[in-house]
Ligand binder design. Structure first.
Ligand SMILES: [Zn+2]
Ligand SMILES: [Zn+2]
Length: 187
């Protein structure tokens, strides 16, 4: 069963509402959009340019529309931790904020299940012209150009921009049945 997704303008409105409700307006601006190509990843947050970019898997949330709001909230906590403390990952600050937001588990009600294995690939090289992307463990040592825009040689007209991935979450059990018990914000 698939559902219509909220449009990207609606996602920004949702972001604004959550920002007001849980972050006192202090979550940094994020550009939120769907990525049709994600098939085994529900969401991705990257920095390296302002605003931060949150991408959501269209495929995943068509099947699990109920998970969208909590997923966005989860990503916003990352963005907030990063903007305020340059903190990434699921550390103490993240957990405290998460509880304030009424999310019960980082791993979305998985209880004591093994923590979600986060991807070890932390860098995206991306061609802004054709949107070619490749994920890497390490940033490249030398400037790289897009192998699709010019197959033959390095071409400075088509540089690959480097973005660091704050989070790359696998679709499936990470977001499955996300219905975190929302207790309402602790103020
Ligand atoms: Zn390209
Ligand atoms: Zn996370």
């Amino acid at each position: 069963m698939t559902h219509a997704l909220p449009g990207e303008a609606d996602l920004q409105l949702l972001f604004a509402r959550l920002n007001c409700e849980f972050f006192n307006g202090e979550a940094p601006d994020c550009k939120i959009h769907y990525n049709e190509r994600f098939s085994n990843c529900a969401g991705r947050t990257t920095y390296g340019r302002q605003p931060l970019v949150v991408e959501l898997s269209a495929k995943h949330f068509r099947r699990h529309p109920e998970a969208l709001e909590e997923t966005l909230l989860h990503e916003m906590i990352h963005a907030w931790c990063y903007a305020k403390f340059r903190d990434t990952g699921h550390g103490a600050r993240f957990k405290r904020k998460m509880q304030e937001c009424g999310l019960t588990s980082i791993y979305h009600d998985l209880g004591n299940a093994a923590p979600l294995k986060e991807s070890s690939k932390r860098f995206i090289l991306r061609c802004e012209r054709c949107t070619f992307e490749v994920l890497r463990r390490e940033p490249p040592r030398r400037p790289a150009s897009c192998p699709r825009c010019n197959k033959r040689r390095f071409d400075e007209r088509y540089p690959l921009a480097i973005y660091e991935v704050m989070e790359l979450r696998a679709a499936g059990n990470s977001v499955e049945g996300v219905r975190a018990a929302r207790k309402g914000p602790a103020r």
